[in-house]
Ligand binder design. Structure first.
Ligand code: MG
Ligand code: ZN
Length: 379
């Protein structure tokens, strides 16, 4: 009896000592009350767990670990919209940017179609420098939900028309036809210039060419940027790097959203190769952002998705064997899809930086906004 009691108390002491050591170690690494200065949200449109997992199996260099692995904190986001179990990108991005669930196709408006202030607008008014980067048109549902308000995502021209007066300081993506169309007498480019933007419709500029005080708008494709497989190259990483250089010129905090838009389109097309190449490009850009955040120490980086697309699965490859039917080869992956649309599966939330630990757990997509606001301690 005495022996057992001694054992138990020894165990208890060990438990207390180890938990004390653990907690003080954690506290040293991430001070609990430290709030981030800068916020970077990276959205992989349609990037569910399987899409993210594909980066672990289809890396060009097999020994290379995806940048997803560099996040210490992982959570899961529930993506249903206010009216639909399965969200679209508009309601998904609105939930993240405004902290409110709305109906599918809503661009930063509530269920009554009234505009809701986005996090970019809120922080822009608080002297944050802001940026938006996308591999789709910059007027597309995901980026639009951060700077514009529209009853429907399909109102691309109305969305574009809101850019000049918006709180955006730097943007890069496609969508030129919604800003400049001689036939329809649309010229939002001139309007952008009047509002202090330097615009470029040919290419990104070198970081050395940036000038403090200017705003920048890069519209490098008529509609969406090309697919990776059609020569988009390093646009996503280069634009992100340029934006970070731009932010560094200003002694102010910044907010940026970068979207890997076409992971979703690979899912819609049930084209695994398309989806995987887009996911790897997104992961590459994440590496650059994490390098920045590690050096800076004051930047919170959140990676998430608006929803999953395609019901994508990394199933075993199936092979037809004569007279023996179909056999599964567990040594090889044969990616498959269950739908040409979106699914209601939870999506990952990865967090790095001051306050990251509050992003662990399972919660609604609107909580991402609430958690960032809580950390920023701004009213
Ligand atoms: Mg999108
Ligand atoms: Zn989609």
């Amino acid at each position: 009896m005495k022996k057992i009691a001694a054992f138990i108390s020894l165990g208890l002491i060990l438990f207390i000592v180890t938990s004390f050591v653990n907690s003080s170690k954690e506290e040293r690494e991430t001070p609990k009350d430290k709030s981030p200065k800068n916020i970077i949200i990276l959205i992989g449109d349609g990037m569910g767990i399987s899409q993210m997992s594909s980066a672990y199996y289809f890396q060009e260099n097999e020994n290379q670990e995806p940048n997803f692995s560099r996040f210490p904190i992982v959570g899961l986001s529930r993506t249903s919209s206010a009216k639909e179990k399965i969200t679209d990108s508009a309601a998904g991005a609105t939930a993240i940017s405004c902290g409110k669930k709305s109906y599918n196709t809503a661009i930063a408006v509530d269920v009554d179609k009234k505009p809701i202030e986005t996090i970019l607008e809120f922080l822009g008014k608080k002297e944050f420098t802001t940026g938006l980067i996308s591999t789709s048109s910059i007027t597309h549902a995901t980026p639009a939900s951060f700077f514009a308000h529209a009853k429907s995502r399909h109102m691309a021209k109305e969305i574009a028309a809101q850019m000049p007066e918006s709180e955006v300081d730097f943007f890069a993506g496609g969508g030129l036809e919604y800003f400049l169309d001689k036939d329809e007498k649309i010229d939002i480019i001139s309007h952008l210039k009047k509002n202090g933007f330097i615009t470029n419709v040919e290419n990104l500029i070198a970081p050395e060419q940036l000038e403090k005080g200017n705003k920048y708008g890069f519209l490098l494709a008529k509609d969406a940027m090309p697919k990776m497989s059609k020569g988009r190259g390093d646009f996503l990483s280069d634009a992100t790097d340029l934006a970070l250089n731009y932010f560094d010129m200003h002694d102010r905090p910044f907010f940026m959203m970068v979207e890997g838009s076409q992971i979703d389109w690979g899912g819609h097309a049930n084209d695994a190769d398309y989806l995987i190449k887009e996911t790897l490009d997104f992961d590459k850009m994440i590496g650059l952002v994490l390098d920045y955040a590690e050096k800076d120490g004051n930047t919170l980086v959140i990676v998430t998705a608006d929803h999953e697309t395609g019901g994508f699965t990394l199933a075993a490859k199936e092979k037809k064997i004569p007279f023996r039917g179909t056999q599964r080869d567990y040594k090889e992956i044969g990616p498959r899809f269950s739908t040409g649309g979106h699914s209601a599966a939870m999506v990952p939330v990865l967090a790095y930086g001051p306050g990251a630990e509050i992003f662990s757990g399972i919660y609604q997509n609107t909580e991402i906004h609430a958690k960032i606001m809580k950390l920023l301690k701004v009213q």
